[in-house]
Design a protein around this ligand. Sequence first.
Ligand SMILES: *Cc1c(COP(=O)(O)O)cnc(C)c1O
Length: 495
Amino acid sequence: MKFYSTRGKSVYENAAAAIAKGLAEDGGLFVPETFPCLKESLANMLEMDYAERACLVIHSFLQEYDKIELLDACKKAYGRFEDNDAAPVCKIDENLFILELFHGPTLAFKDIALTLLPYLLRKGSDISGIKEKIMVLVATSGDTGKAALEGFMNANGIDINVFYPSQGVSDMQKLQMCTQEGENVNVVAVNGNFDDCQTAVKKLFTDDKFVAELKEQNIILSSANSINFGRLVPQIAYYFSAYCDLVNCGEIKMGDKVNFVVPTGNFGNILAGYYAKLMGLPVEKLICASNDNNVLTEFFADGTYDANREFFKTVSPSMDILISSNLERLIFEISGRNADLTRERMEELKKQGKYALSDGEKTAIDKEFFAGYCDEEDCLNTIADFFDEYGYVLDTHTAVAVNVNEQYLAYTGENAPTVILSTASPYKFPQSVYGAITGKKINDAFSAAYKLFDESAAPIPEQISTLKSKTVRFKKVVEKNETGDAVKEFIASRK
Ligand SMILES: *Cc1c(COP(=O)(O)O)cnc(C)c1O
């Protein structure tokens, strides 16, 4: 299958090259030429385990990859999750389900893609005849960084450099990253917020001088952010898998439509749901939930994307984003795959910080999406109420989704089968979650985690309990124009 850039039809590659490169040369994002229809395969998927379902979905795009080998890679990746199930569905109430995506090595949904991406990337570059060493650059709002580090640790021929906003991640997230083991990893804090970090990293990809300098040393860049199609494609799988699980346990009949509610930042997770729908999965609405950084809520309300606004630091830091990269892929589809128009809009976004959809496009997205947001107080109250009512401990991101779903139910008055995507373990944000449930303030992350356990009896994941004794290896902080130098320094240290 061919892959186009969202910004220019002439740039196309196969999936292997699209994944190995991460970002198209014109700065656009790779999109598949078509979406394979898996409607007929759904019945077969019912019998499969998670790794088999994932392999089927992924291989429908990545046909140059050997299917047996891919299945093996999926089994290895998803074998790293608790109980071998990367995406269990938990019934909460009549027609209300939580898809728990946080049982992987780093306790966030990013693990689902990032446990598999090293294989997809290595294999993709082999298939494409790329001989150079790969330097993976990551900008993270907290969870991608750790999941990528864990996924790529000691990967053959691949080094990884993670950049995170110095003040923009939770204590647990920071500690998880800065204690990362492995020789091929580097972690650097950037003075600024996530958008500064992401923009600085994206710039390196199109900085000809920087790219040429690396090339001389036989190194090419790739990305582990959700701008890489290899990040998105494993995420499509859990939408199919959740649907199959609901059919298997008799909660829905094959063909019934389901709502998915997604706590959203960079629009990768929910875009994967939209892609699943384009591939024939019976989805009613995709509900896009934001925190106080509600640029997407306004985009869906009035068709204008306007990033000129105050940036808020919230208790759901992984959603503190104003430039939502993957929206580019949605507006590409909605525009009738008009690459020229998409490029113009991305230029407007860069220059003026905003762009607007046409009325026709606005109507088209209204059919597919509902969007809402939830402020800090409502987020914390939702955690408390949900715990009271169901005894279930939500993390701060998932709580935003639960709250926005309640808004949606109030708005429509319907109660369709609904799956909330739970993106992180509450133990990654213990101070906020413990505070929400008890009204008590604890500053230390570990004390809060132990207290949260006492309060809720939700088991503390081993990844958290062992974190405290690990050595902090990375302390470097740079300005946003110094990210390139930090990468070069890391490269020099690897020789
Ligand atoms: C990354 C992340 C999100 C946002 O996902 P996007 O794909 O960027 O929209 C939400 N919640 C958590 C916990 C995350 O780590």
